[in-house]
Write a protein that binds this ligand. Sequence first.
Ligand SMILES: Cc1cc2nc3c(=O)[nH]c(=O)nc-3n(C[C@H](O)[C@H](O)[C@H](O)COP(=O)(O)OP(=O)(O)OC[C@H]3O[C@@H](n4cnc5c(N)ncnc54)[C@H](O)[C@@H]3O)c2cc1C
Length: 364
Amino acid sequence: MPAENATGIWVVGEHAGGVPTRVSHELLGRARALADASASELTIVLPGPRFAEERLRELVARGADRVVAVEHERLDPFQLEAYAAIVEALVRARRPAVLLGAATTAGRTLMPWLAIRLHTGLTADCTELAIDPDTGHLLQTRPAIGGHILATIRTAGHRPQMATVRPHSTQPAAPDPRRHGTVERIPPQPEWLSNRVRRIAFTPDREKQTLQDAERVVAVGRGIRRPENLGLVRKLADALDAALGATRDVVDRGWLDYPHQVGLSGKTISPRLYLAIGISGSVQHLAGMQTSDTIVAVNNDPQAPIFQVAHVGIVGDLFEVVPVLTRVLAHAPDASGNSDRPDGSDRSDRSPRAVGIPAPGGEP
Ligand SMILES: Cc1cc2nc3c(=O)[nH]c(=O)nc-3n(C[C@H](O)[C@H](O)[C@H](O)COP(=O)(O)OP(=O)(O)OC[C@H]3O[C@@H](n4cnc5c(N)ncnc54)[C@H](O)[C@@H]3O)c2cc1C
């Protein structure tokens, strides 16, 4: 679409069974900053089944000025053609300047389809978004050339400016119950519901979900030296009821399978607790875990870059430290790692704290 008269920041929300998912709240956090920077209205479009009023109001509390819920029982679960018809019709009628989606399976399917239909550009997998103060353009930043550079892309002549954002690459917007906004519920036009795809069954991939949904992750790097040593970190993961993550070097060596890989070319996760064992902290690895609530790193090199993002740094030999940690945590009154930090709270204190680790065999 041509650029004239396009205004407003839009996000396409996602839901699971009529409940907006965390990624919708993450998108609102990103988009709220853009709306404030451009003095624009922030709208979230949510195709799906009938939504509970409090769920839609929560989207307002988390930053939306307007919620447009297009509701019909046939809109659950996600289906490409119907969702695309809905968003396209609304975009053509209301002409937003920016349209953001999540780089989830649904978002990665929907957004390119829409970009073609709307004859505009799309930057996939953005890690940063900003508004150019001079031109008002959306600055869409993402890793390029195999992760070696960060490229900033703009869509100068067409609207909407479209981008997808990696899930877990930012914290969800924190709710503010004092915020005001408008909730619109729209019944779909019959032609929006036409769909050539029939869903026969859905089988979730349990292994992949474990890592991305886990509240606690114990991740292992090349410091573990040999696959036979992995039992050490598995025991620690068991003590914490945590999922097992890995660096690419571990996966490339075949010590763990690809679904365990965290990072730029693996998964992006933000668990409440991320324990990095024998991991140096390359930029590609950090890209997948640095939004974790609490990062604990064990490394025998005090200069390892992982300590720059760690909240707690343990300088020591993992073969000595991990068994002690496992023993201590297995007997801790609350090994679950639960904290009372609310979602989206400020985690600005990034300075690592060194902690004392007792000698192996000594009293914890
Ligand atoms: C395009 C591209 C995409 C990439 N994508 C990813 C990705 O998705 N995920 C990813 O992880 N990497 C990715 N990489 C690879 C990345 O650049 C690093 O090579 C990798 O993250 C390093 O893994 P590592 O930390 O296990 O190994 P190393 O960098 O070798 O670090 C091992 C660490 O273990 C420590 N150590 C050794 N022995 C001990 C001990 N006994 N006790 C305690 N500590 C010890 C060392 O001090 C060192 O810091 C990518 C690279 C490229 C170019």
